[in-house]
Design a protein around this ligand. Sequence first.
Ligand SMILES: *Cc1c(COP(=O)(O)O)cnc(C)c1O
Length: 371
Amino acid sequence: MGKRIFLSSPHMSDEGYEMQYIKKAFDTNWIAPLGENVNRFERELATKVGSHAAAALSSGTAAIHLALKAAGVGEGDIVFCPTLTFSATANPIIYQNAIPVFIDSNYETWNICPKALEEAFEKYPEVKAVIVVHLYGLSADMDQIIDLCKKHNVVLIEDAAESLGTYYKGKHTGTFGDYGIFSFNGNKIITTSGGGMLVSNNEERIAKVRFWATQSRDQARHYQHSELGFNYRMSNVVAGIGRGQLKVLDKRVEKKKYIYEYYKTELDELEGIEFMPNNDWNEPNYWLSSMTLSGKIRPIDIMEVLEKENIESRPIWKPMHMQPFFEKYDFVETDVSRLLFQNGVCLPSDTKMTDEDLERVVDIIKGLWLR
Ligand SMILES: *Cc1c(COP(=O)(O)O)cnc(C)c1O
C-alpha cells in the first residue's frame, strides 16, 4: 500500500520559522500566558488581511462565540447561519442561548443564497446578527449579503475559518463584516495545532474581547469580576507557530491552487463531474478541492476506492438542518445544500502532496470511469 495521503494536514515551513519563534518564547520563559508572540501574531495577521485589530484566541469556535457576544447576541435572539457548514459555526449561537435560523446555499457560490437570506429577513425582521461562511475558501456573494445586512441594520459576522488567503474583489474575506474569524485548527490552510483569531475594525470591541477571553478580570490588585469571563486566550507558544505559518501562507495558497488545477485538468472531462464554482470576483485559497457527481459514479465510490489505497477524502459538510441536534430550528430552503451533501466529495488537498501523489489519486479516480 502506498503512503497515506491526507485531506489536509499540518505543514510547517521548510525554513523552520515556527521553531525560531517558539524557541525565543522558551528562552525567555514566556511560554504562557501572553507575551510578544501573541501581540505580534495579532498585528501580523491583522496587517495581512487588512483589518485594524485582532484578538488571538484558543480556537475559531471561541472567536465565533465572542464575536456573537460582542455583537450583543444573547438569550432568545435570532441569528441567521448557513446550513452548509461545519457545526462550529452554529454551536456558539446555542452557547449564547440564541436561536439559529439556517439559510440554504446557491449553486453559484455553495454559500448563503442571497435570495434565501432575503426571505429570512422578511420572516424574521427582528434578527440580531447574520453569520456568513466562506466554505472551502470560496467567498460568499458579499455585495448582495452586505446590502441586505445594511438595509436591515444587522451585524454581519464572517466565519472565514476556511478562507484565510481568499479575496473577494481584491479585499480579504473576513474583513467585510463587523467581525471576522479565522481558525488555525490542524486541518486548516495554516495551523498552530489549534487556535483562532477574531478581527474587526472596531478596536474597542477587540479590547473588550481580550478582556472577556482572560476571565474578565477588572483592573484591581485582587481578583475582581463584574462580568462573565472565559478562558479563551491563545498561548505565547501557539502564537509563535502562527507567526511562522503566516510567513508561508502565500506559498500554501499557491500549492492549493496548483492541486485544484491539477485535478480540474485531469478530471473535469469525466462524465458527471463538476468542480466547485469559481466566480470571477473570487480569488479562493482552494483549501479543499471539491466537486459534485451527477452520473452513475457516486461520491461513496470515490471515497471507498481511495480509502482502499490509503488516501483520505470526505463528503461535503452535512447541512445543519439535517443534523439531529439542529433539525428542530427553522430553515429557509433552496434544497441546494442537501444536494451538494448528497453528490459532493472533497479530494485530498494536502500541500505536502507531490506530483506523483496527485497522479496516484487521479489514476485511481479515472479507473472508476473505465470499469
Ligand atoms: C474549522 C472551522 C471552524 C472552527 O474552528 P476551530 O478553530 O476548529 O474551533 C468554524 N467554522 C468553520 C467553517 C470551520 O471549518
